[in-house]
Design a protein around this ligand. Structure first.
Ligand code: NAI
Length: 215
């Protein structure tokens, strides 16, 4: 199953399908029509059919979708059928909060190490994983087959540290620092900005007030 021609918009929706299908599986649902999936997910049935047709459909006329099969296939497309080792750079508030979140492991994301420059953190552990100093980074990446670097450091340091990761063969960065990294094209970067999500929430609150004031 080739994933390279699929639009980013579809890719962005896949984790949501995956989550809903996982919940259906937990409830013991074995199959579901696109109409029922549409009602649960509040996405049009035609959108669902269109999205899933990108991957050969998975559905059968009159039968609907086999939940477990669809879940497994979407998991494969998202690369969740393999483990991904990751490290967190910046063991402050956010870095430690992410490290404490156990559910990433269930999805195959294995936290191998935490790194920081603050000597006061050296040797402290989060979920049994010690915080190491940056001097150990290079060897650690090689020895532990690290695929993903998570950046939870101040934005002023993010570009420098991202380059250091890339120089040490890290090819995927989950960037929480509020800055664009501008890395080579063969490096995959996923930016996460909670404040942008909050701004969208704020916009919708303002719009809601506006609409209700005008009535
Ligand atoms: P924090 O100050 O608690 O933690 C930052 C840690 O990075 C500190 O332990 C510090 O010693 C370490 N650090 C600084 N320079 C370093 C370097 N060169 N190499 C390795 N470690 C280094 O800050 P907090 O609250 O955890 O935030 C971390 C970053 O995440 C900030 O840039 C903040 O703006 C950002 N952030 C982003 C969010 C998002 O939605 N994208 C949400 C919350 C925070």
């Amino acid at each position: 199953m080739e994933g390279h021609d699929i639009s980013q918009a579809v890719i962005r929706r896949l984790p949501r399908y995956y989550r809903y299908l996982g919940e259906l599986m937990e409830q013991g649902v074995e199959r579901i029509s696109s109409n029922d999936l549409s009602k649960t997910m509040k996405v049009t049935a035609s959108q669902i059919r269109q999205d899933l047709n990108n991957f050969g459909g998975f559905g059968q006329q009159g039968y609907g979708y086999n939940v477990k099969y669809l879940y497994t296939e979407i998991g494969k497309i998202l690369g969740l059928d393999e483990n991904h080792n990751y490290i967190i750079i910046g063991a402050g508030n956010l870095g430690q909060a992410l490290a404490n979140y156990q559910s990433f492991e269930k999805r195959g994301f294995i936290l191998k190490g935490l790194f920081d420059v603050n000597p006061a953190l050296k040797g402290k552990t989060v979920r049994g994983i010690p915080i190491r100093m940056m001097e150990e980074l290079k060897d650690f990446i090689q020895e532990n087959h690290i695929e993903i670097g998570v950046l939870t450091i101040p934005k002023e340091k993010a570009v420098e540290v991202a380059n250091l990761l890339v120089d040490n063969d890290i090819r995927a960065i989950w960037n929480f620092a509020h800055t664009d990294l501008n890395l080579p094209d063969n490096v995959i970067v996923e930016n996460v900005h909670l404040s942008e999500s909050l701004m969208r929430l704020s916009y919708n609150i303002s719009r809601y007030h506006q609409e209700h004031k005008d009535r």
